[in-house]
Design a protein around this ligand. Structure first.
Ligand SMILES: [Zn+2]
Length: 322
């Protein structure tokens, strides 16, 4: 399977593996949906592979890896309310790493979604990362590189993943069998983020949030506060959806502002048409005020303020701003 985009990162990894000079620790970071885990798994599969073209996909190791039964692959499990890694989990992994690999000459250890990994667990792991066994490799993924302590980060290679081009994204989605019309819709919302486009195509709630965001943008343009409040009422029932709404809404306002200065500016929001119309009536100060109102709503939701309240405050500020 092709891994689209992020050519520089892919090239770095390929060269390391070809020259047999691979780092022992990696952090793949970036927004959700950009393929951090996929690339971590692929790199590990290449290290474990005994074929010529790594990962070959057909050797014993590759087959075990694909079936999720490779004995030299350790995937740290998250636990607790925050979804971090417990001290026990980390200790268990350190113990496991003390014994050499069963199959080839590598043992690969995954720590996915490290944004909630606490400093204590990281410190427990530090020794294993600082002086790794020859065969030990660590793969971390996180949204921000700051998820890991500077002491951990200094011992590993941090690789940022970005979105792919919209064209690459379309190819990736076509290869998975999605229809051109629905692909167009997904790319219009999430652009070069393949994972998020797939979420859009496969998850009704995400399509609903995108539609409500468009409706909110439209209600600002037509000064129909009631429609915005209706959207807010639906979004106010679910925190994750409200947060996604804020992200899409903010990006669309950014598009409207960008269009004031450059009509051909690439869009990052979910409503190119709405952004174009909004840009005609939004002043620079108004756009700034709406950004701030989004920030405020975001902070309020993070602080567990009542969701509908935070969203209706946003609505009032946006109506005032435009
Ligand atoms: Zn192989």
């Amino acid at each position: 399977m092709i891994f689209y985009g992020n050519e520089l990162v892919q090239q770095t990894l390929r060269q390391m593996i070809q020259r047999n000079r691979t780092a022992h620790g990696f952090l793949f970071y970036g927004d959700p949906g950009l393929g951090k885990k996929t690339l971590a798994r692929r790199t590990a599969a290449a290290l474990l592979c005994s074929g010529a073209e790594k990962p070959c996909g057909v050797c014993k190791s590759c087959r075990m890896f694909q079936d999720g039964v490779h004995p030299d692959v350790i995937c740290a499990e998250t636990s607790g309310k925050l979804g971090g890694f417990s001290a026990d989990t980390v200790r268990q992994i350190c113990t496991d790493l003390a014994t050499p690999p069963n199959e080839g000459d590598a043992k690969c250890c995954f720590f996915f979604d490290c944004d909630k990994m606490d400093p204590r667990s990281q410190n427990l792991l530090l020794k294993a990362i600082e002086e790794p066994q020859d065969y030990a490799y660590f793969f971390f993924t996180a949204q921000s590189p700051a998820a890991l302590l500077p002491t951990v980060r200094s011992r590993i290679i941090a690789l940022p993943l970005g979105p792919v081009s919209e064209e690459q994204c379309r190819s990736a989605l076509e290869a998975e069998g999605f229809a051109p019309q629905e692909i167009q819709e997904a790319v219009g919302v999430f652009h070069g983020n393949i994972g998020r486009c797939k979420d859009f195509l496969q998850q009704e709630p995400i399509r609903t949030v995108a539609a409500l965001t468009k409706s909110a943008i439209n209600s600002i343009i037509s000064r129909n506060e009631y429609t915005f409040l209706q959207a807010a009422a639906v979004l106010g029932k679910q925190r994750e959806q409200a947060l996604l709404f804020l992200t899409l809404f903010d990006r669309t306002i950014r598009d409207a502002m960008a269009r004031k200065y450059d009509a051909s500016a690439a869009c990052i929001g979910c409503d190119a048409e709405g952004a174009a119309r909004l840009s005609e009536r939004l002043s620079a100060a108004g756009g700034q005020a709406m950004h701030l109102a989004v920030d405020k709503a975001y902070a309020a939701i993070q602080a567990n303020v009542n969701l509908p309240l935070a969203l209706s405050a946003l609505c009032a500020s946006c109506m005032d701003a435009c």
